[in-house]
Design a protein around this ligand. Structure first.
Ligand code: CA
Length: 237
């Protein structure tokens, strides 16, 4: 089934150009020109991706994006920004957008971004389907001298409490729940940091490094969180 894209753009000629080019690339499109209709259409049609202009009548793109994310809308959202101060709003605030392009943009560039976002969603969907969360019923997960009490969000090493930052703890718990499975940086970023987070996979590397310093015997030669070449990480327990 072709992927469905919602275009939210109040300038008729640009809306038309976008629709034409996306259809030419095999996508089905809905095109609307204001924020309120955008919300209604997104809820009803559940598009695979939204192209969202910022300056819109009624409700601006930033608000639309925030509202949809709050409602749990998960498909990628690419913002169309016109000015530097708009870019600042998209990047600086955690509004839940996945990417942005600055007007004027070439159609080729836009299509490339659209494809990249859709591919990313597909990868994550596949990975979600493939991975079975070995989500434990018991309160405490034990890996040798490492224990994670996930109802109390406490971690101990050799029975001594570890001072983990919330993000480190979330990452460790995520690893623990997927022991033995290869986890890509992107997947980790998506699942641990969530859709609101605009960042890149180096965030994952940094946190893995911090975690290793806390839970590995030798952080330079990790045996618990191992790096999978060209892939991501695997928690060995
Ligand atoms: Ca506009």
């Amino acid at each position: 089934m072709p992927e469905n894209i919602l275009i939210v753009e109040d300038e008729p000629s640009l809306q038309e150009t976008l629709a034409y080019n996306l259809q030419k690339h095999g996508y089905t499109v809905d095109a609307v020109g204001d924020g309120k209709t955008a919300l209604e259409t997104a809820r009803r049609r559940k598009p695979d991706l939204i192209l969202l202009d910022i300056m819109l009548p009624q409700l601006d793109g930033v608000e639309v994006c925030k509202i949809l994310r709050r409602e749990g809308f998960q498909s990628p959202i690419i913002m169309l920004t016109a000015r530097d101060d708009e870019i600042d709003r998209v990047v600086g605030l955690e509004i839940g957008a996945d990417d942005y392009v600055t007007k004027p943009f070439s159609m080729r560039e836009l299509i490339a971004r659209v494809k990249a976002q859709l591919r990313r969603t597909e990868t994550i969907r596949e990975e979600l389907g493939r991975l079975k969360t070995s989500a434990p019923n018991q309160d405490i997960l034990i890996f040798g001298n490492l224990a994670i009490n996930h109802t109390r969000r406490e971690t101990t090493l050799d029975a001594i409490p570890l001072a983990l930052k919330p993000q480190e703890y979330d990452l460790l718990l995520f690893f623990a729940e997927h022991k033995g499975q290869m986890l890509s940086r992107e997947f980790i970023l998506e699942r641990v940091w969530g859709w609101d987070y605009i960042g890149d996979s180096r965030t994952v590397d940094v946190h893995v490094r911090w975690l290793r310093q806390k839970i590995e015997k030798d952080a330079a030669n990790p045996t618990r969180i191992v790096t999978v070449r060209g892939g991501g990480y695997r928690f060995e327990g």
